[in-house]
Design a binder for this molecule. Structure first.
Ligand code: ZN
Length: 238
C-alpha cells in the first residue's frame, strides 16, 4: 500500500474543525477542504475532500461539488455525486420549513438558489444552510431593550441597538418595537437603526412593510416619530 501523503494527512486533520459551533474554524476548514477538491493533483485527495464537504450537509458547498461532477477522475465524480445527495437530504427539512427559517448567525432569512441539480436553500447573507433554524414565525427588532437576542416559542427578539458601543445591527425583522428604557438616546438609536436597515438590500422586506409598535411610554420626540414614519404603520401598545 502506498504511504498516506502529507496532503491527505492535512486534509484528514481538517475534519475535526467541521464543527459549526466554532464558526471561524468551520469556515476556515470548509475553505481549505474546498481548495483540496479544486486544486489537488491527487484524485484520492479530491475524492475525500468531496466526501467531507458532503458530510457537512451544508449547501454552501454545492458550487464546488457541482464543478467536481465533471472532474476527470471517476472516483472524484462519484464522491461528489454522493456528497450532493447528502446535502439534498439535509435540505428536505429546510425546504419544508422555508417560511419559518432564520439564520442564527446573522438573523437573516434564507433564499433559494437554483442549480441544474434543483434548488437549494441558503442564508441570504452568509450563504450557508448549516445555521438555519426553523420554527420562527416572527422576528422582532427592539430598540430600547438591552437584552441579547433570544427566542420565545415561534418569536425571535433581536436587540437592534447597543447603547454602549453606539452601534445598530442589521437583521431581517418583521416588526420593530420601540420599548421603554431608562438610559437610551432614542434619537441617535432610531436614526442609526433606520440608516442601517435602509442601506441594506439583502433583507427580505422593504422598510415600508415593517410596522412599528411603540410599547409602553418610551420618551420619543416628534422628530423621532418622523424617522419611524419611514417604516410601515406605527401603533401604540401598552
Ligand atoms: Zn447566515
Amino acid at each position: 500500500m502506498a504511504p498516506v501523503s502529507s496532503e491527505m494527512r492535512a486534509l484528514d486533520g481538517l475534519k475535526d474543525d467541521l464543527d459549526p459551533e466554532n464558526l471561524e474554524k468551520y469556515e476556515d476548514a470548509l475553505k481549505k477542504i474546498t481548495g483540496y477538491l479544486k486544486d489537488s493533483s491527487d484524485p484520492w485527495v479530491r475524492a475525500r475532500a468531496a466526501y467531507y464537504l458532503g458530510e457537512t450537509g451544508d449547501a454552501a458547498t454545492i458550487y464546488s461539488l457541482l464543478k467536481a461532477l465533471s472532474d476527470p477522475d471517476e472516483g472524484v465524480r462519484k464522491s461528489a455525486r454522493s456528497a450532493l445527495k447528502k446535502i439534498k437530504i439535509a435540505q428536505r427539512d429546510l425546504k419544508e420549513n422555508y417560511e419559518t427559517l432564520i439564520c442564527w448567525r446573522d438573523f437573516f432569512k434564507p433564499k433559494k438558489i437554483h442549480t441544474p441539480e434543483g434548488h437549494f436553500v441558503v442564508c441570504r447573507v452568509c450563504g450557508h444552510s448549516k445555521f438555519l433554524e426553523k420554527g420562527i414565525k416572527e422576528v422582532i427588532g427592539i430598540v430600547g431593550d438591552k437584552n441579547y437576542p433570544y427566542r420565545q416559542e415561534d418569536r425571535l427578539f433581536i436587540s437592534m441597538w447597543d447603547e454602549e458601543s453606539k452601534r445598530a445591527r442589521n437583521a431581517d425583522i418583521d416588526v420593530l418595537w420601540v420599548t421603554d428604557s431608562g438610559d437610551i438616546d432614542y434619537g441617535w438609536a432610531l436614526n442609526a437603526v433606520y440608516q442601517r436597515l435602509k442601506n441594506d438590500v439583502t433583507r427580505a422586506k422593504p422598510l415600508s412593510e415593517i410596522p412599528v409598535i411603540i410599547k409602553g411610554t418610551p420618551r420619543i420626540t416628534r422628530e423621532e416619530i418622523e424617522i419611524l414614519q419611514n417604516f410601515g404603520e406605527i401603533r401604540n401598545e401598552v
